[in-house]
Design a protein around this ligand. Sequence first.
Ligand code: C2E
Ligand code: CA
Ligand code: CA
Length: 760
Amino acid sequence: MSEREINKRLQKSIAVIVCCGILLLAGGGIFVYFLSNTLQEAIGVNMQEETDEYKKRIHKQFASDVQLLESLAELIGSAGLTEREEFPELLEQVIWKNDFLTMSYVGADGMGIVVMSADGVQEDVPLETMQEETRAVAEKAFKGEIGVSRLFLSDFSSERVLAYGVPVYQGQRIIGVLMASSHVGIFSDILSGNRVMGGTGRIHMVSSTGQFLIFTRTVVADPPESLFGEPYLEGEELSRIQELLKQDQQAAFSFQHEGTRYRALLEPVGINGWYLLCVNSIEESSHFVLMVAEGAAVLLLAVMLLFSFLLIYGYRLTRNGNRALFRLAFYDPLTGALNFAGFRREAKEALEADPEASMVSLNIHQFKFINEILGKERSDQLLKQVKEQADKELTDGELFCRTSADHFYLLLKDTDRTRIWERMTRIMDGIQPAAAGEHDDYRVLFYCGVVVSSRKETLYSMDQMQTHVMFALAKARERHQNTIWFFDTKLHEKEVMDNYVEGHMNQALEAREFRLYLQPKISLGSGQIGGAEALVRWIHQDGKTIFPDQFIPLFEENGFCARLDLYMLEQVCRRLREWTDAGLEPVPISVNQSKLTFFMPDYVNRIMAIVDRYQVPPRLLTLEILEGTALENVEVMNKRLESLHKKGFRISMDDFGSGYSSLNILGKLKIDELKLDRGFLMEAAAGENPNAGLIMEQVVQLSKKLAISTVVEGVETEANEQLIKGLGCDYGQGYLYSRPIPEEEFTERWVSRAKETPAP
Ligand code: C2E
Ligand code: CA
Ligand code: CA
C-alpha cells in the first residue's frame, strides 16, 4: 500500500469518525433533551404528588378536629351541658386530650367561656372582645356552617393558630357555638419552611385571593403579602390564575426571581378557599439533568479525543513502518536509487500521465571483471557514481533505477534521438574519471539500449518498452565501445520473424508446409505458355502465408536453403510425373537454386537421384541461378554447367541487371536462358531513362546472337508486353499473365492434355 493510499484511508477514517462523532453528539443532545423533558415532567408529577400528600394530611387533621367538635356540640346541645357547673372542666379535659390550644363556647347571648390550655378558664367573655378571626368563625357557626379561620397569632399563646367553630343545636335551634383553636402542628413542615421535593422545592399556603397564609422562607427574601404581584404573578398571567382560583381550580405557572426560574403549582385544598403553593426552582431541579448532559458531553469528547489520538498514533506507526518497507521494497540500498519494482511503479504512473518518453537500459561492459580488477569497494563506488551522474542529467519526472549488479534503467522525457544520445553520452563519459585511480589505464565501457515511445512513431506500453529495450540492449552489447542502440520496430519485427523462421523451418519442412506455387512463362511470339517458374510458399498450419523474401535470405545464411531447394526440386519432379501420369502435357519448370545448393560438392548426383526417382527427363527442368552465383568463379561454374548440360538440364541466369551485371559474362558462361530483372523493365517502362530501353535491347540482341533465350520478369501491363515484344524478347513472366498460384490451380488453368504422339 502506498503512502498516498494510506493517507486516503486515513482521511476516510477521520471523515467516518467525525460523522460518528457528530451523530453521537446529536444523539447525545437528543438524549439529554428527552431526559431533561422527562425529568421536568417527573418534577411536575412529583410536585403534584407532594402537594396532594400535604392536602391529604390537612384534610385528615381537619376532618378529625371538626368531627370531634361536632360530636361534642351534639352532646352539649342534647344534654344541656352548658348549664352545668362542670362544663368548663369538661372543656379543659377535651383540650388536654386533643391538644387544642383553646376551647370556647359562646351562647346565643353573645357571652362565652374561654378555656385555655395554659391559663385556665375565663368566663363571661363577650364575643365582641374576642379576636377578629375567632369572631368570624363564631359568626359562621351561628349561621349553621362549620367555620374555619385563617391562621392568626393567638392573643393567649402568641402562637399561630387556627380556629374551628361548629353550631350547637337544641332541637332545631342554635343555642350557641363551640370553638376550638389549635396550633397548626400539621403545618409544621410548611411553617418551618422545610424544603420539599428532595430539598429543591418549598410549600406554602395561600388564600384564593393570593394572601400568603402559611409560609416561612419563601424564595423571595422579602416576601410580599400577596402572591398576586411581583415577582410571582403579573399582567395576563395574573388574570389567568385569578380566574382559575375563582373557580377553585388547580393552576400552574412559572416566574423568575433574581435570575432563577421557578415553577409553581397552586392546588386547592378544599377548605376555606385555601391553596397549597408548591414552588420549585427549575435550575436546581434540572441540576441533575445538566450534570448528566455535561458528563455525557465530557465523556463523548474524551472518547473522541482518545479515538483521534489512537488513529493518528496508528497512522504514524503504519506510515513509519510503511516507509521502512517502501525503502526496502522500492529502493536499492547501495545507491539509494529506485530498484526495479519502484521504477516500474513510478514509470507506469509517469507513462499514464504522458506516454511520450524513452526508456534506457544501461549496463557496464564486463562488470564481472571490473569487480575483480577494482575490488568490491571501488566497484560499489563506481555504481554509486552512475547514480550521481544520472542524477545530474535527470530532470523533474524522469526516473533512474538500479535493478541488479550493473544494470540500470532510465525513463527520460526526451523522444528526440539526438538529445537522448547526447544526454546518455554525458552520463557515460562523466563516470570515467571516477573509475580511474590505481588502474588509470582501465577504461570502463558502457552500453545501452534505448526505446523511444512517441506519437510520431509508435506509442509503446510500459511492458512493451521494457521488452524492446532489452533487444536494443542486446544489440548494443554486440559492440565494444560506449554504444547507444535505439530500438527499431522494423528491424525488430524482422528479427522476430527470423527467429520464428529459424525455430520452425525444420518441422515446417517435415509438416510439408512449404508448398509449390507456379507462375507461367509466356512465349511472346505465340502467346502460348512456354514454361513455369517454381516459387515456394510457406503455408502455416493456421493458413497464414509467409513469402520467400521473409525466409529465403535467412535460409541462405543458415544453410537451410540447400535442403529447401532440393525439396522444391523434388516437388517439381513429383508434379511433372503426376502430369505425365495423368496424360497431361508437362510444362517445363524452372527451379530456383541458391548459391549454396548449386555449389554443393555432389550437387549433380543429388539432383540426378531426385530426377531419376521420379523418372523425369531433365530437359523439362531449368535451373535458375542468380547473377551473383554465376559471377563468383566462372571456370568452376562452367565445369558445373557442362556436367548439368550433359545430363540434359537447362540453365537460366536469374535477376540479370539487378547487380553489377556485365555483358561480358554472357559470352563467358554457357547458359541457356537470361532472365532480365523486373527493375530493367520498370526503368524502361518509366521512360525517364532513354538508355534503359536501349541497353535492354542490346542485351536481348546479344543474347540472341549467343543463342540464349530471354525472359523478362515483372510484366504487369499490356504496355509492358508491347514494350518487351518490340525489344525482341522471347518470353514474358508477370502478373499480366498470372500471379504464382498453387500447383493444383496451375494445372487446371495452364496444363492441357498431351497431344497424341504417333508411336515411333
Ligand atoms: P525470383 O526468382 O526473381 O522470382 C520472381 C518473383 O517475382 C516472385 O516473387 C514472383 O512472385 C514475383 N513476380 C512475378 N511476376 C511479378 C510481377 O508482374 N510483378 C511483381 N512485382 N512481381 C512479380 P516471390 O515468389 O516472392 O519470390 C521471391 C524470390 O524468392 C524469388 O525471386 C527467388 O529468388 C526466391 N525464391 C522463391 N522460391 C524459391 C526457392 O524455391 N528456392 C530459392 N532458392 N529461392 C526461391
Ligand atoms: Ca527465379
Ligand atoms: Ca528473378
